[in-house]
Design a protein around this ligand. Structure first.
Ligand code: BGC
Length: 763
């Protein structure tokens, strides 16, 4: 017995040692290659490496400057960018999605410059494949991140990301501007749907899985994986005004406790690039923040990859943020702060960038060591990405691109995410012969299901939609041919702002009389960044009116929400018999939803955010206790529509036997916590065990509770499983006002579901 343990330990010791040695060897070889490359690079070539242009800058245009369709590379523009300005990176798609063969031939033409030795360093191409490869026609589209977070399923996120990576490789692209790790704590923000929700622990845990799915587990990116890019470092998601790219004011405590941990966890998981926050935090623009970019990210966290700017942000330091007096001063500020690559990205701005950068080096406004460091970092990532290998010999692995295998995975992801918020008298699942009237502005729109970043930037154009993907109406018809449909209301943009108009409530009433239930589909128009800004969090008034009209028919009403954030809807909640949150589920959302409605599948998603009841009371589950005080002190002032982590099932679960390995523990101890969960209903179901910890007293007012563990399990009817978590001292620390993590002895409440226990940290 002892002997075999000894042998296993030896094998482990030597294999870990061997892997570490291989890693050290690998890194050494990479660094040597970089030194060799850099020894032969001119100043212009080095500056060019830091310059990223958009595809439009090298496409053929007509006499008016409009990109010619179908898009084609303009040989002379490309030649100028690559051989004169020595540009190192290209990004993006032009105005819409391309076919896989268009992408391939484009990349071949670009890579030829390296292969035929017109340039020494290959181009790194980057794209926003943020819910699947949304800029390649026929790719598998997944839910947006907010829906992914609702799965609370680490495996699912890893799988989703790895499919995206392999479909990117099939399109010849190796750098993904994803994941967004900004925290969703400001639902007015137009990019809320791009986040993994409001909680730092959930975001960190799921973010790590996305990194593993994109990049794989090898140091060098193999031919099924891609380089990831963490966005947007840091604080972008918390604009005080709610509008995109406006200032955030974040105390050090919240920076440390909430906004930084997901980025730190992703860097530890090996993320190779980071994109900067386009806004400002506490008055300092993200792109001029030396403390965050150099001191924290690179020095303290040891980040070895490179930092890329967001769109045009070097120039915005003078034109918008006004921390620089000129474009040149902006370049100096951003490079000195620690940005390594500038997404310039248009022409002729990129030419000015290269010239001004050169001047700044000559005038010693930028340290040449800073340029050397930036280039070294960029080359490192290019080497890790395998770009120097002969691309003709490296078979890109994307064999399953757009196949039913991947589409099935996308549907499974949606099934994991759909969240049943209300189910009065178990109206759901529907009986097969139920006569259904479908209505609402999102009932027959594939664009609504996909949101922005789908085939086009804003996702509103219907021209490029995936051919075989279904709207909710189409999916319903496949299941139940007799489903009736009345549009009811229409979402539209008026003067750039979202709006909704009622169309036919009379038809709604008439049809309601002929059917058993009304399924009403509400929600948002696609939109992101500035164009996606909204003026109020409430669902548009016309949608609420349509819902009231449906309720007033006296028929049971089931509400489907297709929205990237929690839009407040309190006036209609009471009247609804069932409410389902679909988030922005993508191309396979409709069919998954119908399966859940008819009970072919059991819902198991959980809210990754607190769903507010009133647009004037936006609070998070991890608020301080003072928030719970109401005017009269007679009820809890923290009164959301639905709590963070909420989500119903068609079965029921019971929690029992909460056990802790120690009730008193010291700083270096860890505690094992176990709980039994039983499926007490009649059908198989999945439950998410959520472990919350409450610090009962601290020198800085603590949060009422914080998520410190979760596990999603499947249970057969009657089955019980034991779920266990390990808590260490680190999980019980809080950030003080200076943002430093500290431990204080005292009592902590541990809670999983309805069961809880006290533990004590002693000196
Ligand atoms: C967005 C980024 C995106 C970049 C490239 C910017 O406007 O803020 O998230 O990656 O464009 O498309």
């Amino acid at each position: 017995m002892c002997k075999s343990i000894f042998i296993v330990c030896c094998i482990l010791y030597f294999s870990v040692g061997y892997t570490q040695l291989k890693q050290i060897e690998f890194e050494k070889t990479i660094e040597e290659k970089i030194s060799l490359l850099m020894a032969n690079m001119s100043l212009e070539e080095k500056i060019g490496q830091t310059c990223q242009i958009t595809l439009d800058a090298v496409l053929k245009t007509d006499a008016n400057g409009t990109v010619v369709e179908p898009v084609q590379l303009d040989a002379s523009k490309l030649n100028e960018a690559l051989t004169k300005y020595r540009v190192g990176s290209i990004l993006n798609v032009s105005s819409h999605t391309l076919t896989i063969s268009e992408w391939k031939s484009m990349h071949q033409a670009i890579h030829k410059y390296y292969q035929e030795k017109f340039i020494k360093i290959p181009i790194l191409y980057g794209i926003d494949a943020i819910h699947g490869v949304n800029y390649t026609q026929g790719a598998t589209l997944f839910p947006h991140e907010i829906g992914l977070a609702a799965t609370w399923n680490r495996e699912t996120l890893k799988k989703t990301a790895s499919i995206t990576a392999s479909e990117m490789r099939a399109s010849g692209i190796r750098w993904n501007f994803s994941p967004v790790l900004d925290l969703g704590r400001q639902p007015l923000w137009s990019r809320y749907f791009e986040t993994l929700g409001e909680d730092p622990y959930l975001t960190s845990e799921l973010g790590k899985q996305i990194i593993l799915g994109y990049q794989g587990t090898q140091s060098k990116i193999d031919n099924t994986h891609v380089v990831s890019c963490l966005k947007h470092f840091v604080g972008y998601s918390m604009p005080q005004s709610g509008r995109d790219r406006t200032p955030a004011w974040i105390p050090e405590k919240y920076m440390s406790e909430l906004f930084l941990p997901p980025f730190k966890a992703a860097i530890e998981a090996g993320a190779l690039t980071v994109m900067v926050n386009s806004g400002s935090v506490n008055g300092t623009p993200g792109h001029a923040n030396y403390k965050l970019l150099t001191k924290l990210l690179k020095q303290d966290w040891g980040f070895k990859g490179f930092v890329v700017s967001d769109w045009e942000d070097f120039s915005l330091l003078s034109s918008v943020h006004q921390t620089a007096g000129s474009y040149k001063e902006g370049i100096v500020q951003a490079i000195q702060a620690g940005v390594d690559m500038s997404m310039v990205p248009t022409s002729p701005l990129y030419k000015d960038y290269c010239t001004l950068f050169n001047d700044a080096i000559k005038e010693k406004l930028i340290d040449s060591s800073r340029l050397e460091d930036a280039v070294r970092r960029i080359l490192r990532v290019k080497l890790y990405a395998g770009l120097f290998d002969n691309l003709n010999q490296t078979k890109e692995k994307g064999d399953l691109f757009g196949t039913s295998t991947f589409k099935k995975e996308a549907e499974n992801t949606v099934l994991e995410s759909i969240t049943l918020l209300k189910n009065k008298n178990n109206i759901l699942p529907l009986k097969p012969n139920t006569k259904v009237l479908l209505t609402g502005p999102t009932a027959n729109s594939l664009n609504a299901l996909n949101g922005a970043w789908t085939h086009t930037w804003q996702g509103v154009d219907t021209l490029y939609n995936t051919k075989d993907a279904l709207t909710l109406l189409e999916a319903f018809k496949l299941k139940n041919a007799s489903v009736s449909y009345v549009k009811g209301a229409m979402n539209e943009y008026i003067e750039g702002w979202e709006s909704c108009k009622i169309i036919d409530t009379i038809a709604l009433k008439e049809q309601a009389a002929k059917n058993d239930v009304i399924v009403i589909c509400l929600g948002e128009l696609p939109g992101t960044e500035k164009p996606g800004d909204i003026r109020a969090l409430d669902l548009p008034e016309a949608q609420l009116q349509l819902a009231k009209c449906a309720i007033n028919t006296g028929k049971p009403v089931i509400l489907l929400l297709i929205e990237g954030r929690p839009r407040t809807l309190h006036p209609i909640v009471e009247g609804m018999d069932a409410i389902i949150q679909l988030y922005l589920p993508g191309d396979y959302g409709a069919q998954a939803c119908v399966k859940i409605l008819y009970g072919d599948e059991n819902p198991c998603g959980k809210l990754p955010y607190t769903y507010p009841k009133y647009s004037g009371i936006i609070e998070h589950y991890d608020h301080p206790k003072s928030i719970e005080k109401s005017k009269s002190n007679q009820w809890n002032g923290f009164d959301p529509e639905w709590e963070f982590g909420h989500g119903l099932s068609y079965t029921s679960f019971n929690y029992s036997n909460l056990m802790v390995s120690k009730e008193q523990f010291k700083e270096l101890d860890s505690i094992r916590i176990t709980v039994d969960i039983t499926n007490t209903g009649l059908r198989v179901g999945k439950e998410v065990a959520q472990l919350y910890v409450s610090d009962l007293q601290a020198q800085v007012t603590p949060a009422v509770k914080q998520l410190k563990g979760f596990d999603k399990i499947e249970l057969q009817p009657g089955q019980t499983k034991k779920v266990s978590f390990i808590l260490s001292n680190k999980d019980l620390k809080y950030a003080n006002q200076s943002g430093e993590f500290v431990n204080e002895p005292g009592f902590f409440r541990i809670q999983i579901g309805p069961v809880s226990k006290l533990i004590e940290l002693i000196k």
